[in-house]
Each structure stands twice: as C-alpha cells, then as structure tokens.
Design a binder for this molecule. Structure first.
Ligand code: SF4
Length: 443
C-alpha cells in the first residue's frame, strides 16, 4: 500500500522526480491501476527552476542560518520542507529557547510534532518567547495540561466519519482528510490528535482515498467537498491532480474547496505546475489559514497573487488566539492586508477546546468585542464571520454582537455601530418582543 506521507516531499528532488513521473515502481503501478489519473507520467514534465521573490525577513534569516543554501534551493518548496526545524538541536540553533520551551520539546511524543519551515521561522521572534508567531509554533509546558471541556477530538469528527478520513457532518458537504502531513504544525490545531503522526492510527493511503471517493459517489446529497488534512497542498501535483480529477468526475459534486496554510508557511509551493492542476479542475475555492499581519510578506503576497490570477477564489480562516491576535487593531490590519491581496476574510474561529489549548483560548466576549470594533468601522468585506465550532459535532454557530435592542409596538429598535438607536417599522414582526423594551430609549 502506498502511503501519502512526509517521505513524499522529503525525498531528494532528483529521485522524487523520477519516482513521481516514472514508468516503473509503486507510483507507476498506482497509475496503471487508475486510468483516471490525468496527464502523462511524463519525463517531459521535468521540473523547471522557478524563481520566487524573497522578502527582507527571509534574506536576513537565510544569511544568518542557511548561508550555504543556494537561492534556487531556498526557492524550492521541497528544500524548505526538508529543512524544517524539527528537533531540539535545530530549534536551538535558531531560537533562544526558554527552559519551559526546551522541556516541552524534549517531552514531546506522538502526533503534532514540531515543524517550522525556514521561510516561516524567518518571521518569528528568535529571542522573544512572547512573539505571536513563535507562540503558535514552539511548544510550551501548558500544552501538556488538560483543562475542563477539552478533548482530543472536540468536534467529534471521528464519530461522524462514515469511512476513515471522511467527515460527513452537514447534509450537503463532506470534509475529505487527504493527508496527515503539514509543513508546519500549529500548536492549537483542531486535528492535533492526528496531524504529523505519519503511519500512526490515522493512515492516509490510496486505499482510504478510494473508500472516501466511493462514499461520495454513492451519496448524491454531497455537492461540496472540502479537502483538508493535514495540508493537502503538501501533496505532489500528480496526486492532487488525480484526486481532483476523481472528484470532478462525480456528477453531483459541484465544487471543491481546499483548506491550506501552505501559501503562508510554504509559499514557494505555489508553482506553475500546481496552478496548472488547479486551473484544470476549477471551480476550486481555497481557504487560507492566516493568523497575524506579520504573515503578509512579499512571499505570501506572491502566492496569493498567483492563486488569484489562476482564478482560484480565496477566503481566509483565522483562529482567535490569546496573546497572539486577540486585538481588534491587529486583526483589522490582517483583514485589510488580506483584501489587498484578493483574499476575503471568511471565518474568525473561537479556538477549539483541544487538549492542552487553554493558554490559547480567549473568553467568547473577546471575539464579539472584536467583531463589534470592526462591523461598521471598516468595509463589510473586511469583517469575517465569528463562529464557534460546537463541541460534539453540532457544526458552526455564528456569533454576532446584539444590535437588536427591543421593540416598540410595530417598530423594531436597533443600535447601530456608533451606539445610536434607530427604529425600523416592522409591522407584525416579533423579533425584539421578548427583550426589555422599557430599557430602550426611543430615538
Ligand atoms: S496547518 Fe492546519 S492542519 Fe496543519 S497543524 Fe496547522 S492548523 Fe493543523
């Protein structure tokens, strides 16, 4: 059985190219057994060197820690993936670690390993443990504390999986977990129980993909497939091409979404080859996982530009994180920057209660306060929907500041973004009746 694992992208490019597109070996056997695999297994598709812009943070970081790497290597997403900071020794070479961080890294076992691409590490506070992006990727001791309400699978995904790796929670759409691999590992990851544990309990293999595809094909209510993981854009072009082609061949699947952090943490992955695959299978929508305005780099901008130019509609998903981005000014800067890059802020998530995440969670009021500070004060396009993904698999519940003050006869009483009261004539309406209208001042 061929497993879709880290080895795929960690292989040296020379052998990788041969195996990926060759005419013998397991990949060829896989192709032969699957006539739907589009495109030739073509030596002619040998990788061309692709240049990628390099921002000042990357330049300084490379000069300091990867002086011997060539510019071509730095621009190669496989080189970035192979040179991720993963071990205590590699992290210590770059970061001044606190004793708490050092101990947390030493203690780590199982899923959600440490992994940070050089291009992303370049944005982090190397000597500052409180720097926002570093906090999201370098483990601390609090990760090992279990707080009330936390669970390894808080959204009950495993119990809503009709076949392994496919979550069917809403009537018309499914979540297709295509890989357990990510190029970087976020310490607050909802799927921390499974990501990075290649060959563990969650095995992502072609046989599993086939079962998921068979389920979708046999379930005509499914019109929308979200491919996530792990990070699906860490898969090679051929595998993505094959998977997208198979999904597109199912008549009732109207469109496919891809959830990814790759354009942020491994932007060099947005290659000509990948764009050709995405174009071939459109419409494909993409949800990009952004956290902080520091991520709006030269490289990330290029990745978003390439995707948007290829006709991929882009939305962002951001997790609200204590001490990282729980500030209206910070998020406003992020959302404005995303719009300038043609990415529509889509969801702001309350942090899921995964085990060991209490140090990241804010009270829910904080999220509502942030939305109140944005709504009306900036373009509506810059205001995402704030949601709680309800524990146990209840789905997403949107949360809004309460703008309905009450009712006065046939008038609905509303408070606008400036705190002023307004009436809307709403004969026969019931909204606001239950509220204490006596406390509402007529405007
Ligand atoms: S990139 Fe996404 S799937 Fe991977 S660790 Fe981060 S949140 Fe989890």
């Amino acid at each position: 059985m061929l497993e879709l694992d880290a080895a795929e992208i960690l292989r040296p490019p020379s052998t990788d190219d041969t195996e990926r597109s060759g005419t013998s070996g397991p990949e060829a056997a896989f192709r032969a057994a699957r006539p739907g695999l589009s495109g030739p297994a073509a030596p002619a598709r040998a990788r061309r060197r692709e240049s990628f812009p390099m921002g000042p943070e990357s330049r300084a970081f490379k000069r300091r820690f990867f002086r011997d790497a060539s510019r071509a290597e730095w621009d190669d997403w496989r080189w970035q993936a192979r040179n991720r900071l993963r071990t205590l020794a590699q992290l210590e070479r770059v970061f001044t670690l606190t004793e708490d961080e050092r101990e947390a890294i030493r203690r780590h076992q199982g899923a959600l390993p440490v992994g940070i691409t050089p291009v992303y590490a370049a944005l982090m506070g190397l000597d500052d443990p409180s720097e926002p992006l570093r906090r999201t990727h370098v483990p601390v001791g609090a990760e090992y504390l279990r707080s009330p309400g936390e669970a390894d699978d808080p959204l009950g995904e495993d119990s809503h999986a009709p076949v392994p790796g496919l979550v069917h929670r809403y009537p018309d759409r499914v979540l297709f977990l295509a890989t357990a691999f990510c190029s970087t590992y976020c310490r607050y990851c909802t799927r921390s129980r499974l990501v990075g544990e290649v060959g563990g309990d969650h095995r992502f293999a072609y046989a599993q993909w086939e079962k998921a595809l068979a389920y979708i094909a046999a379930t005509p209510t499914v019109r929308d497939v979200l491919i996530s993981g792990g990070d699906p854009l860490t898969l090679g072009d051929d595998k993505l091409d094959w998977l997208l082609g198979r999904l597109k061949a199912i008549p009732h699947v109207e469109f496919v979404r891809i959830g990814t952090k790759v354009p942020v943490v491994l932007p060099q992955r947005i290659t000509r080859g990948l764009l050709a695959v995405l174009r071939r299978h459109r419409p494909i929508w993409m949800s990009l996982h952004f956290t902080h305005p520091k991520e709006l780099t030269v490289e990330t901008s290029e990745a978003c530009d390439r995707l948007a130019d290829a006709g991929v509609p882009l939305g962002s998903q951001t997790v609200l994180l204590k001490g990282v981005n729980d500030d209206a000014a910070v998020l406003k800067a992020l959302f404005h920057g995303l719009l300038r890059r043609r990415v529509r802020p889509y969801y702001l998530f309350q942090c899921d209660p995964i085990t060991g995440s209490a140090h990241f969670r804010t009270p829910v009021e904080k999220g509502i306060e942030i939305i109140r500070a944005l709504r009306g004060h900036t373009s509506g396009y810059a205001v995402p929907t704030y949601v709680i993904d309800t524990p146990g698999g209840g789905g997403k519940v949107p949360l809004l500041p309460d703008y309905v003050v009450g009712r006065d006869g046939e008038d609905l009483l509303l408070r606008n973004f400036e705190g002023r009261l307004y009436r809307y004539h709403d004969p026969g309406g019931r909204i606001g009746r239950a509220l204490a209208t006596g406390s509402a001042e007529p405007c």
